[in-house]
Ligand binder design. Structure first.
Ligand code: FEO
Length: 402
């Protein structure tokens, strides 16, 4: 049975939810599933905005068919060619063979790589600022390269002020009957998944997101329709403010993330002791994570949220303990900036992990190191405890100044 939702008088959500998925992109845990949003505009011409993942083709096609009724589909606008959105382009073409497909030059290069139907006779190539009139509505195309792929673009309805934002403003998580952000308690139910989605999927491309936000700031926006997660129609400034912070790598709040990679528990003990010493000094918003038990995507999201990050790691085969190596590598890949780092190393014969950790993070810009590296030899003793206490003093002082 169809499962669609009305957004405006002539605009419908025809997307799908997937609650069987465990790993989005086969890498990010999504315990609340995923939504794949698609939208249908019933103007003088009918327009479908993107398709959905192959996992839910039947539901999607039924939704489109129901919302169209007896009408033909005139246009399919492809804002993004990643398969979680483009997978059903071939199915749409097969079902509505007269459909015109709207995309930019890069869109069609990718489409030719993913599909082998006749693209040439259907394609409408657009560039920045081009307009498609569909009757009452006027759709303007805005290029958004690397948000999240090179061909990504967004579409703005200048009549109803709706921004079809592709991956931008999306979130992990399936929706449950409420498709608008104002129908949920976004701050408690969604923001952590929205942050983890943004920081991991497009966190690396802050400059490109900033460019898109600059273009968006010139638009009057009444609704944001992303390709994942809830639609924004109220309090849009809230999510825009988050995006401004995330894309410019500004911490949302003062706080300390402590991540530890511990083989037999002694590095964990040092991390726990530091957390308590920080708490004793009045530091709030301390979060302690076991690298072996925490997916790196969560550490990335927490690190984008908070101002200070402490890495505590055992030396392992004269290298970094593998779970910490993954986390550090991913942080380096996501361009984290404007943070304060501190390091705790452990080793029974040659502690080397502090130097190795700082080498991984050296490629990042505009970060600083706080205090002296703390060296633990096997287990905390009075000397290394004193080092930890000095580090706690320096971090607590620095947190106050953020
Ligand atoms: Fe949701 Fe970049 O695809």
């Amino acid at each position: 049975m169809y499962s669609t939702k009305k957004i405006n008088d002539d605009l419908y959500w025809v997307g799908v939810n997937d609650r069987k998925i465990t790993l989005f992109e086969n890498v990010y845990p999504v315990t609340r599933g995923m939504s794949y949003n698609s939208y249908l505009l019933l103007d003088k011409k009918t327009v479908l905005f993107d398709t959905v993942d192959s996992v839910a083709s039947l539901q999607f096609l039924e939704n489109v068919s129901h919302a169209l009724g007896e009408r033909e589909l005139d246009y399919l606008i492809v804002n993004h060619m990643e398969p979680d959105h483009c997978a059903n382009i071939g199915a749409i073409v097969a079902r509505y063979p007269s459909v015109k497909i709207v995309g930019n030059a890069k869109t069609f290069v990718m489409m030719g790589q993913f599909f082998d139907f006749d693209i040439e006779s259907r394609k409408v190539v657009v560039k920045e600022g081009d307009v498609l009139d569909t009757g009452r509505h006027s759709l303007t195309f805005v290029m958004a390269p690397m948000v999240h792929w090179p061909e990504a673009m967004v579409t703005y309805d200048t009549v109803d002020k709706v921004l079809f934002s592709a991956d931008a403003f999306g979130s992990f998580g399936a929706m449950s009957g409420n498709i608008f952000a104002d129908e949920c308690d976004f701050e408690s139910e969604w923001i952590d998944d929205a942050r983890r989605y943004y920081t991991n999927i497009v966190g690396k491309y802050g400059m490109q997101v900033t460019n898109l936000l600059k273009k968006a700031s010139a638009l009057e926006i009444s609704k944001i329709c992303p390709l994942h997660g809830p639609i924004w129609r109220e309090n849009i400034g809230y999510i825009l403010d988050k995006y401004i912070k995330w894309s410019s790598y500004i911490p949302e709040e003062k706080g300390v993330v402590i991540v530890y990679g511990s083989v037999h528990g002694h590095t964990e003990n040092a991390a726990e002791v530091l957390a308590n010493l920080l708490g004793d000094r009045g530091v709030k918003n301390i979060r302690l994570f076991n690298a072996s038990m925490t997916h790196y995507s969560q550490i990335i999201a927490e690190s984008f949220k908070r101002s200070h990050i402490v890495f505590a790691c055992a030396t392992y085969n004269m290298a970094l303990f593998p779970p910490m190596q993954v986390i550090l590598h991913e942080l380096a890949e996501h361009n984290l900036q404007n943070r304060a780092f501190a390091f705790i190393e452990n080793g029974t014969w040659t502690p080397a992990s502090a130097k190795l950790m700082s080498e991984v993070l050296d490629k990042l810009k505009n970060n600083k190191i706080i205090g002296q590296n703390v060296t633990v030899k096997s287990a905390l003793n009075s000397d290394s405890y004193a080092q930890l206490a000095r580090l706690a003093d320096e971090i607590a002082q620095d947190v106050k100044q953020v």
